[in-house]
Design a protein around this ligand. Sequence first.
Ligand code: NAP
Length: 258
Amino acid sequence: MAAAPKARRLEGKVAIVTASTDGIGFSIARRLGQEGAHVVVSSRKENNVNKAVNQLKSEGIKVSGMVCHVAKEEHRKRLINSTVEQQGGIDIFVSNAAVNPVYGPILDTPEEAWDKIFDVNVKATFLLIKDAVTHMKKRGSGSIVIVSSVGGYVPSELIGAYSVSKTALFGLTKALAPQCARLGIRVNGLAPGLIKTKFSEALWSNEKALKQSTKMLPIARIGLPDECAGAVAFLCSDDSTYITGETMIVAGGMTARL
Ligand code: NAP
């Protein structure tokens, strides 16, 4: 669906993408690699990491991979430190990992679920960015993209706490932008709408539910991971050098505002 890139805007760059062995993260990693970056893919399961690395290698992409469960401090440190050791630095960091362990009315959300959602979706994002910035600032440049969701603008009733965690990421993007700009680093966001991945399977595997959730969209269909990846490549490239603190909505024209 999305066009193959013609430009190689990221030649010589080193890019880390979290949660990048499947879905949107995998498409982002592939696109950054197609544009010339060395990409570091990661996720919780070693076999998924190996599979993603082998696939991207077979496509001629410069890639390495490692296990990183973003809620684990030692995994986060290893992801950042070994990338710097092996690749000499970091130019691009894409925070893509998120969880949603509960469905149901927000008032029924147990405290443990609330903690898990905020630990993975918000706190780990901040802590990884903090460590990535330590290295980016040595180069005096860098680009960070935080993957949130249209749910952060228009909370879904059955995934309330997850939606609020995504709203927090809009705030994190804005809050980081000024300090990072002074270091030469831009921080932007991507807010996907309904995208065809495992994460959203419940919304598209049933034809009736899919029709219901897409019929009001100006582009009345589900989006594809590759359609998110091009937006991220733009935000990581020198085509967006005067853009920071913004979140790009890739949601088929859905009205999404706070
Ligand atoms: P997905 O297809 O289910 O892929 C999830 C990826 O994340 C896998 O590679 C998984 O690999 C990895 N992962 C899961 N938990 C992780 C953790 N704690 N640490 C590191 N990696 C982890 O999901 P997706 O739909 O692409 O979602 C990606 C992002 O887009 C999320 O932030 C999500 O909130 C956002 N989003 C998605 C949609 C949508 O409709 N799909 C809409 C809006 C926003 P392992 O199992 O090996 O860890």
